[in-house]
Design a protein. Structure first.
Length: 195
């Protein structure tokens, strides 16, 4: 059974946005006037952090319909920001993203954010399809490709980013996660590649 609050609300990530950006917070200093696409945005908390730091466009997708509804509700009254959140099944590939966003899907975003999502897709997608999806998002990334996951994941998809002309500019293992299956906290690395 899913982890839920006493009100029956499902917990969908380990912690709130500050945790998700642990080791990556320097990015917020570069957010003013930027555009952000959050792959697996959940309820939009990371996008909210970017907006508080000056981003003027935040788009995100997730398969979690209630989370997308919350994200759209949260940003409805922030009129100075172009915000759009869509339900997308990423296993359907780049076409599903394009179809969901239509003409609002930008050719390029300053930040492409993929925090603790890759491993979920890896469980249910063929590797070639997953790497094709990563390549699609890298193609739409103009400045910073932001990721959190495991060192093994990084080794799998980093060659895709390098082929697109990105270089690794930041790597951090400061974030530790306590998981029930491990007796000790384990690092959850984060990395940023830049064009």
């Amino acid at each position: 059974m899913a982890d839920c609050t006493d009100k029956g609300v499902q917990r969908r990530c380990i912690n709130f946005s500050a945790f998700r950006l642990d080791g990556l917070a320097d990015l917020l200093a570069r957010a003013r006037g930027s555009s952000v696409f959050d792959i697996g945005c959940n309820r939009g908390a990371v996008c909210h952090d970017f907006v508080l730091s000056g981003a003027n466009c935040v788009h995100g997708c997730d398969i979690y319909e209630k989370g997308i509804m919350v994200a759209n509700e949260t940003f409805a009254d922030i009129r100075s920001v172009e915000a759009r959140f869509e339900v997308v099944d990423l296993t359907k590939g780049p076409g599903a993203v394009k179809a969901a966003f239509g003409d609002k899907y930008r050719t390029e975003y300053d930040f492409m954010v993929m925090l603790a999502v890759y491993h979920k897709l890896r469980r249910i997608m063929k590797m070639e399809d997953l790497l094709y999806l990563v390549d699609h998002f890298a193609h739409h990334c103009g400045r910073y490709f932001v990721w959190r996951g495991s060192a093994a994941e990084k080794d799998e998809f980093e060659p895709v980013l390098l082929k697109r002309g990105f270089k690794l500019v930041h790597y951090s293992t400061i974030c530790l996660v306590k998981l029930p299956e491990f007796p000790d906290a384990v690092p959850q690395p984060a990395a940023v590649w830049s064009k």
